[in-house]
Design a protein around this ligand. Structure first.
Ligand code: HEC
Length: 256
């Protein structure tokens, strides 16, 4: 246990030093083609979603007040995320060696997941407490924050939603995300699940941007469904969302 913690810290520290020490990276990323950027964005968002699915799968156990240690260690979440990734991608997750943007982005995502799960251990292992507020969307926001810190100025990830469905203000869509959600994803002809990609600006810089629509399924509706305004288990107000409706989006940016 102690060894594992020490190992996690070591890996985190090493990767922070690693990421900070590469001044050549920014110019390197600007040389990447549109297709290469799309490949990287799909890879990282896939890993992100694969890890969030691990939290969904274990939500009942996380909420159980009768179990102390849940055994949901950082490495267990990563192992299960790799399995989910394989199911979604049809091939194994492979960490690219070297200092390519893809390799650094993969490593930063793994380390973001490790950091969040490491910090969450006392909370999720607390015996006697049922609902702990540790939800897939909360996990995703924390992982995104950590990822963005690690990838500072190179790439950026965010879980967002249609404007009227936003719970946490830090997840609000920016102008570009809002436009894609309203004018593409909501268009009856828009193909379900299809990522939208474009060269566009982000925070004043030109960038490659990708955004993936997500829809409410049955498991989301106790919190995001009807009746609108009623309190859910988290104490928040239900959105009045409907089964299959557009409920969120994952947004990814690679800066030029
Ligand atoms: C137990 C209640 C609960 C369930 C079930 C739930 N959510 Fe949420 N959701 C929340 C809360 C609370 C937040 C705010 C999280 C935060 O603080 O960042 C949230 C945030 C989100 C966000 C980020 C945007 C925002 O509103 O801040 C999206 C997107 C989202 N949920 C989609 C879903 C989808 C899709 C499902 C089903 C697969 C789902 N949620 C299931 C409670 C829930």
């Amino acid at each position: 246990m102690l060894f594992r913690k020490a190992k996690t810290i070591l890996v985190l520290t090493a990767s922070v030093l690693f990421l900070c020490g590469h001044p050549g990276l920014v110019s390197q990323s600007s040389a990447l083609s549109f297709d290469k950027n799309r490949e990287i964005a799909l890879e990282i968002t896939r890993l992100f979603r694969a890890s969030r699915a691990v939290i969904s799968k274990h939500q009942k156990m996380i909420n159980n007040p009768d179990i102390g240690d849940k055994g949901l260690s950082p490495e267990k979440v990563i192992d299960e995320a790799r399995a989910n990734f394989k199911k979604a991608a049809g091939s194994e997750f492979r960490l690219e060696a070297g200092t390519t943007l893809k390799g650094l982005g993969q490593l930063a995502m793994l380390n973001a997941i490790r950091e969040v799960m490491s910090n969450a251990q006392p909370l999720i292992n607390e015996r006697g407490r049922g609902f702990k507020g540790f939800l897939p969307a909360v996990f995703a926001r924390l992982v995104a924050d950590s990822y963005n810190r690690l990838m500072k100025g190179r790439a950026y990830i965010k879980l967002t939603a249609p404007r009227q469905y936003i719970r946490n203000r830090s997840n609000r869509p920016d102008k570009w995300e809002h436009n894609v959600i309203e004018n593409q994803f909501r268009n009856a002809d828009y193909k379900r699940d299809k990522p939208f990609v474009e060269e566009a600006r982000h925070r004043g810089r030109s960038a490659f941007r990708l955004i993936i629509p997500e829809y409410y399924n049955k498991s989301c509706l106790p919190c995001h469904g009807e009746p609108r305004g009623e309190r859910d288990i988290t104490g928040g107000k239900k959105e009045g969302g409907k089964l299959g409706e557009l409920g969120g989006a994952i947004s990814f940016t690679i800066y030029k």
